[in-house]
Design a protein around this ligand. Structure first.
Ligand code: FMN
Length: 534
């Protein structure tokens, strides 16, 4: 195409020159032709992009189409059940509930009920009525002085920084209006979190933003100051998240503005590193001591931790540390490998970390097995958008739900998949003031609150149809799954659920847990054998 472009350019110029000698106004065509030729010759001579060099001018269309590929897919190609990570059907129901529009389905289900993997719950001939406002639960174990009465559905961690100020304002405002909690994310508590006055779960990651010393270690004094804020209802230590477990983070110097530096307690204009691991503790016992310390410094607020489950042995080591110290977290948030992020390496998002269902059932079993389940609330997250998703997680072992991306969709996210480029067209994951201005806080605050309210209403309706009085009556056998064209199992049959206290004694240790449990030690996250050898 290089030759053709050159020939075309010369011919066009000659043609314009010839016609201009008879009809001078034709020179106006150079207003369009001129810039096109300049762009074309730029492509022709540049040496970095093969496609542009080989196909001057038209090669640029590739970049345009690449840029709008998610939109083309959504508008012209995908069916109701297509679309990743969230199908059009899932996104639509979030938008409808957020706008409080008609959210019913016409004509019948579009799902194939006979396809392996199809799931459902069985209804009862004696339905009940469950009020959405009763779908609340109290968090706070025996050592907590200020238990928190939470909604069943809350906003999962997303920092100011990953999200715009307007997005945080709308989320926190919705949390205030709908009486649910908003997790700050690991970027610290910003003025946008505080202004609306909603309940906050303050997340503390490895960077200890908002509670760090100049060298990046944990700072008791600043932690206490922030933790005592009346809007902070609970504190969450972040160990990992599903989309990038075991991966730290870097905030480039250019992004460390005066405002961010103030919020995060970091020097302005310097790179800020969140290491993969915490420095305040390095063993399971030290982690329990840290939990106790945070509870003490916050004068008894609920303290828990968030993780994506990796090595089972390490989680069992935490349980052994609970047993050894008598210290338990007030809650554990279990994020699935299917979880979202602003930006993560592909391998980490696709291939590291246990998926949400297996992780949740494992954590529930481990806590039951160590006889501490009644002191600890389990939160679950990972692609939860509808009432059914909530019912399923609660039935399989969760007490309470976190959602991040469904909340983003309620804010107006169109799944443009540009969270990592600062060009989010909906003003949610960008700091470009022109794009952020499009997100009108008052309107979107009402939408998020409406999504929360309507989704819980659907949970209430489903529980009622199942003949249950509340979410605490949900059990694994309530969730049915087709495993072949002719076979169906419930989750109580598909997964093992262990007996209370069975992991505490050798003679009751289930075979499926024996290896990992014997390799776990409260003194270290490493394999027990490697402890004795070294
Ligand atoms: C834009 C964005 C930012 C996030 N930031 C954090 C964070 O600061 N800390 C954290 O623990 N998880 C973070 N997450 C993960 C979510 O809190 C959540 O665990 C995960 O997305 C699963 O929930 P979802 O499937 O409902 O989105 C972030 C997710 C997104 C989409």
């Amino acid at each position: 195409m290089r030759r053709e472009f050159l020939l075309g350019a010369v011919l066009a110029l000659v043609a314009v020159a010839l016609v201009a000698s008879l009809f001078p106004p034709i020179l106006w065509s150079m207003v369009v032709l001129g810039p096109l030729l300049v762009l074309g010759f730029q492509d022709f001579f540049q040496t970095k992009h093969t496609i542009r060099r080989n196909f001057p001018l038209i090669g640029r269309l590739r970049y345009l189409f690449e840029a709008i590929r998610p939109e083309i897919n959504q508008y012209f190609i995908e069916s109701n059940m297509d679309g990743v990570p969230f199908s059009r059907e899932e996104r639509s129901v979030v938008y409808q509930r957020a706008k409080h529009e008609l959210d019913t389905l016409p004509f019948g289900t579009q799902l194939d009920l006979y396809e392996p993997g199809y799931e459902w719950v069985n209804h009862s001939l004696a339905p009940t009525h469950v009020n959405r406002d009763d779908l609340r639960i109290t968090l706070g174990g025996p050592d907590c002085k200020h238990p928190y009465n939470a909604s069943l559905l809350n906003i999962s961690a997303m920092s100011y920084g990953a999200l715009s100020g307007n997005a945080i304002l709308a989320l926190s405002g919705a949390a205030k209006d709908g009486d649910f909690a908003h997790n700050t994310g690991e970027g610290g508590i910003s003025p946008y979190h505080l202004e609306p006055g909603g309940d906050l779960i303050w997340q503390i990651g490895t960077g200890y933003f908002g509670c760090r010393t100049p060298d990046g270690s944990f700072c008791e004094k600043t932690f206490r100051e922030q933790a005592m804020h009346p809007h902070v209802k609970m504190i969450e230590i972040k160990l990992s998240q599903g989309a990038k477990p075991g991966h730290g983070g870097i905030l480039p110097a250019a992004k460390v503005t005066k405002e961010i530096a103030g919020i995060r307690n970091v020097p302005m204009g310097h790179v800020v590193i969140s290491p993969p691991a915490h420095t305040a503790f390095s063993t399971p016992i030290e982690m329990m001591d840290f939990i106790a310390k945070l509870r003490e410094l916050s004068e008894g607020k609920p303290v828990g931790f968030k993780l994506c489950v990796g090595k089972r042995r390490e989680f069992l080591a935490l349980c052994k540390a609970m047993e050894a110290t008598g210290i338990t977290p007030d809650f554990i948030a279990v994020d699935g490998g299917e979880g979202g992020t602003g930006a993560a390496p592909l391998e980490f998002s696709n291939r590291i970390g246990s998926p949400g269902i297996e992780a949740l059932i494992f954590v529930h079993n481990a806590l039951v097995g160590f006889s501490v389940r009644d002191r600890i609330r389990v939160m679950s997250s990972g692609k939860i958008t509808t009432g059914y998703h909530i019912i399923k997680r609660l039935a399989l072992g969760a007490d309470i739900i976190y959602s991040a991306r469904a909340m983003m969709m309620a804010l107006g996210c169109i799944q443009a998949l540009r969270c990592n480029t600062n060009t989010c067209p909906t003003g949610i994951t960008t700091h470009d003031p022109n794009l952020v201005a499009g997100l009108v806080v008052k309107d979107k605050r009402a939408r998020v609150a409406s999504f929360h309210r309507e989704t819980l209403a659907s949970v209430g309706d489903m529980l009622g149809a199942m003949g249950l009085k509340g979410s605490d009556e949900l059990r694994p056998w309530h969730i049915m799954r087709r495993i072949s064209e002719t076979e169906v199992r419930h989750y109580g049959e598909l997964f093992e659920y262990v007996d209370d206290g069975c992991l505490l004694k050798e003679d009751t240790l289930p075979a499926t847990f024996a290896r990992a449990c014997n390799a776990a030690t409260a003194q270290s996250f490493r394999h027990a054998e490697s402890q004795t050898v070294t």
